[in-house]
Design a protein around this ligand. Structure first.
Ligand code: URA
Length: 466
């Protein structure tokens, strides 16, 4: 029997470390007892394996596991299900034997973990969307914004970077039953759990909040060095937004736009101005290397109150030159299908998962190259801001790249096509093929059949907002 001890309920780094050691020591899942904190490690007479400390076999050897599993585990581990550590370890050992299992949607254990991860992500979203700060004043006369929140899962630490990011320049405290977070402009301090009565009551100071929010955010004041020192690295791994800390450094200006985009939800928020600022910001995007060779950022376009958003892969040669999405051959195919589905393109918002054209130069020709996962992930920030502003009821992903960007994981189109997929913001995603796929089918009849199927997908998605 082995006992794996984690430091806290959300100790993903500790779990990962312990899991690596257990795999290296060939300990089967049923021989592991997982515990949190300083529990009685001798209870079962087991061999102690403490996450983060080299008790078994020195350095924890790295493991090769499918990337989607890391994302899944990072989220599912924050669930309140007590058996989650063991469930994830079991899944891990099965995946080592059978990596393709990660795509098996019929596997009950995988489905259970995915459902847990979804619940956690929803909880994370809820905290971000529904937290309401009230203004108080610290002893030194400086305002402090205090909020009370009761999470369902162990998400509070994992959400800390989000709030630091959004409200970097103000002092705030988030009080929850298990733990409290306090930000003073430079570091996050953790405190003990609180009760509702510890937070100020009354109406949220919306007006104050809005003005404050809109006027004082100053990324230059972000003391990243101090924050990196103080915010324990182990928590970064558990964060769904693992890139955030790096992004805070690399994208301080972009953070500012995030603030503007968020202002969409405030009464009286100026959506047009926020979108224009976002687009302006994206024009200077250097989040990945694709900006180096592309002519320009091709941002989305369409009405900002659209109920449907369509997401392509990336601009092609013609879009890169024109600065508008879907105007080349794939765009014409898209237009034909939209017309056949009786959807007015002028009434929807059209954008791409990746905003710069990626290509290989062959002589005078620029040949389309597929964006890689890093480029898709780097660009996801923009589409999330576009969607946060527009708040569409339906987002249609055209092809695998768009689906990956939208769903945060690689999917097989045929497995998810033609049905609604719930997103964390409670809107729906629909996945279908990319119009350029239709252009590549050599057989005429087959091309027509696939076109018809594509049109059916578009109609089915549009029917949800009819
Ligand atoms: N393909 C895309 O995915 N998007 C475009 O804008 C053009 C071609």
């Amino acid at each position: 029997m082995a006992i794996a001890t984690l430091q806290s309920e959300d100790d993903f780094a500790g779990w990962r470390d312990a899991a690596r050691r257990l795999v290296a020591a060939r300990v089967p899942p049923h021989d592991v007892v997982w515990q949190v904190g300083d529990g009685a490690t001798d209870l079962f007479g087991g061999e102690a394996i403490v996450g983060g400390e080299a008790i078994v076999g020195g350095e924890a050897p790295p493991l090769r596991v499918p990337r989607p599993f890391i994302d899944l585990a990072g989220a599912a581990l924050l669930h309140t299900e007590p058996a989650r550590f063991g469930m994830l370890y079991t899944m891990l050992t099965r995946l080592i034997e059978q990596p393709r299992l990660i795509g098996d949607r019929a596997d009950p254990q995988l489905r259970r973990l995915e459902a847990m991860a979804r619940q956690v992500r929803r909880d994370i979203h809820k905290m971000r969307a529904f937290l309401r700060f009230r203004e108080t004043v610290d002893d030194d006369g400086v305002p402090r914004f205090v909020a009370w929140f009761t999470p369902e899962h162990h998400i509070v630490r994992a959400n800390a970077a989000f709030f630091v990011d959004r409200f970097a320049a103000m002092r705030w405290s988030i009080l929850t039953p298990a733990l409290s977070l306090h930000w003073d402009g430079a570091i996050v301090r953790e405190g003990p759990g609180a009760v509702r009565g510890d937070a100020p009551g009354g109406d949220p100071a919306e007006e104050v909040w809005k003005t404050y929010y809109a006027s004082i955010f100053n990324p230059a004041r972000l003391k990243v060095g101090a924050m990196l020192k103080e915010m324990p690295r182990k928590y970064w791994h558990a964060m769904p937004e693992t890139a955030l800390v790096g992004e805070l450094i690399a994208g301080a200006r972009a953070r500012e736009t995030g603030m503007i985009a968020k202002a969409r939800t405030a009464p009286g928020g100026n959506v047009d101005a926020a979108w224009a600022a976002l687009r302006g910001e994206a024009a200077h995007c250097t989040r990945c290397d694709l900006y180096r060779d592309a002519t320009q950022t091709v941002f989305g376009e369409g009405p900002l109150d659209a109920q449907m958003v369509f997401v392509g892969e990336q601009p092609g040669d013609q879009e890169d030159l024109a600065g508008r999405p879907f105007v080349g051959p794939a765009g014409q195919m898209f237009d034909r299908a939209m017309a056949a589905a009786k959807i007015d393109r002028a009434g929807v918002y059209v954008t791409n998962a990746v905003k710069h054209f990626k290509f290989e130069q062959r002589g005078k020709r620029r040949i389309h190259a597929k964006p890689n996962a890093g480029e898709i992930d780097a660009c996801r920030w923009w589409i999330e801001q576009e969607r946060a502003l527009i708040r569409p009821r339906i987002t249609v992903a055209l092809g695998a790249t768009a689906a990956r960007s939208l769903l945060g994981k690689a999917v097989t189109i045929s497995a998810v096509r033609g049905r609604p997929i719930a997103l964390a913001d409670e809107s729906e995603a629909w996945v279908t093929v990319h119009p350029s796929y239709l252009l590549r089918i050599p057989d005429r009849d087959e091309a027509q059949a696939e076109f018809d199927r594509f049109v059916e997908d578009l109609k089915a998605a549009a029917a949800r907002v009819a």
